[in-house]
Ligand binder design. Structure first.
Ligand code: SR1
Ligand code: MG
Length: 403
């Protein structure tokens, strides 16, 4: 199939049939467009007879969430497929298998994960994922360590920084997370009920100083190859399995940005639970589960990252210098806490929100969830550089929950 154009269902089927040996000869395929994200078309193609299926993800030349007035590079499909392949090599079983990438059509063909549920929806439904913390901490420790200057050849790393220059997608993050929420931007969108809290962000000098520092690190600190958008909508899960999807925002940035994204989205669900679980006792149990998961994610990450560092560090001085690993881990923790806060704030007052909170039908509960998320998020930002333990996050959450 020739030059770029958004595929029809029939064209998607034609491409699937052309994939040597994937579907049996003469298969009668059906195809549905199931994309519910902000940016892309997603085709689900199935053969009922053999039970085989696959996913085709095609980038659109604009941001679907806004429309054609917001052009967006198709190169993000290359970034996504190349990042998925690196992740597949470093964290096998924790990402979908890529079957094919077509640069002309900006199309990635990959493993169908429809036996999994988008984790955001699972958490809204009150599902627990007992293996998630172990899986996602393995994913992050391995993908971040082995793409950093400590885990790979440092000359090749510089080439890789070039391979993953992703200016347009980074600009979305720079604007939507590190700028718009703190100014009167037309991109912002928030519930009129929280106008006072949203507008207060615009006049809070100490908070803006912290956001400016986080933004500067995002712009300049090429620590590791990040997923770049690691929220619970980018994770497919079952109680037994975790698959990280959608790395089109991948670029070389600060590790804490990925870890912070995971923590922020668990906390956004925590805030939203004011509505989703009515029974107070059950709600508190589920919230405790979310907080324990956050501790397990950080502790799992730290333990695994330290072990990788001890066994595989290619940087002689960093590996030998007493205290350097402790210093480095503390920096990652502080960044994690700051970025978690920034990611919570943007989902309440910025352009793109989360279902955990936006879909709460009752206005009073929704406002309560939004205010709690903002209180936690702003405090995480304020305290990031003075934090030394994941327990600091727990203290912030529990204090804000009482307030
Ligand atoms: C215009 S894209 C809006 C958001 O969707 C993605 O998931 C990213 O988080 C981005 O900021
Ligand atoms: Mg996405």
């Amino acid at each position: 199939m020739s030059a770029y154009h958004p595929l029809t269902l029939e064209e998607a089927i034609e491409i699937a049939l052309g994939m040597d040996g994937f579907f049996p000869k003469g298969a009668e395929l059906s195809c549905r467009e199931i994309g519910d994200g902000n940016l892309n078309l997603v085709f689900h193609i199935t053969d009922r007879t053999s039970g085989k299926s696959l996913i085709m993800k095609q980038a659109l030349p604009y941001a679907k969430v806004v429309g054609e007035s917001w052009p967006l590079t198709l190169d993000r499909a290359r970034i996504e497929s190349e990042k998925l392949m690196i992740e597949g090599a470093l964290a096998s079983g924790l990402v979908p298998v890529v079957y094919r990438y077509d640069p002309e059509l900006a199309l990635t063909v990959m493993e169908d994960l429809s036996d999994h549920v988008i984790m955001r929806q699972g958490l809204i439904n009150g599902t627990r994922y007992p293996l998630f913390a172990d899986h996602v901490s393995t994913f992050m420790a391995r993908t971040l360590f082995f793409t950093s200057d400590f885990g790979m050849n440092q000359q090749e790393k510089k080439q890789r920084v070039g391979q993953f220059i992703n200016p347009e997608l980074c600009k979305i993050t720079e604007d939507l997370i590190f700028d718009d929420p703190y100014t009167d931007s037309p991109n912002n969108s928030f519930d009129p009920a929280i106008r006072d809290a949203a507008e207060a962000l615009r006049n809070d000098g100490p908070l803006q100083l912290e956001v400016a520092i986080l933004r500067e690190k995002f712009l300049t600190n090429a620590q590791a190859l990040l997923h770049g958008d690691l929220h619970t909508g980018s994770i497919f899960a079952t109680p037994e399995s975790t698959k990280v999807i959608d790395p089109e925002f991948a670029f070389y940035g600060p590790m804490g940005f990925d870890i912070g994204a995971v923590i922020a989205n668990l906390l956004l669900n925590y805030a939203g639970q004011v509505h989703w679980i009515e029974d107070e006792g059950k709600r508190e149990d589920f919230r405790q589960y979310l907080l324990t998961t956050i501790i397990d994610v950080w502790n799992g990450f730290e333990t695994k990252f330290r072990a990788l560092w001890e066994q595989n560090n290619v940087d002689r001085l960093a590996a030998a210098a007493p205290g350097y690993l402790d210093y480095y881990m503390n920096r990652i923790l502080q960044d994690t806490i700051g970025y978690a806060g920034a990611k919570m704030v943007r989902r309440i007052v910025g352009l793109a929100h989360v279902a955990d909170i936006d879909r709460i039908p009752d206005a009073a509960n929704r406002e309560q969830a939004q205010r709690l998320a903002l209180a936690i998020g702003t405090e995480l930002i304020r305290r990031n550089r003075n934090s030394h333990s994941i327990q600091d996050v727990m203290d912030i959450v529990l204090t804000a929950s009482k307030g």
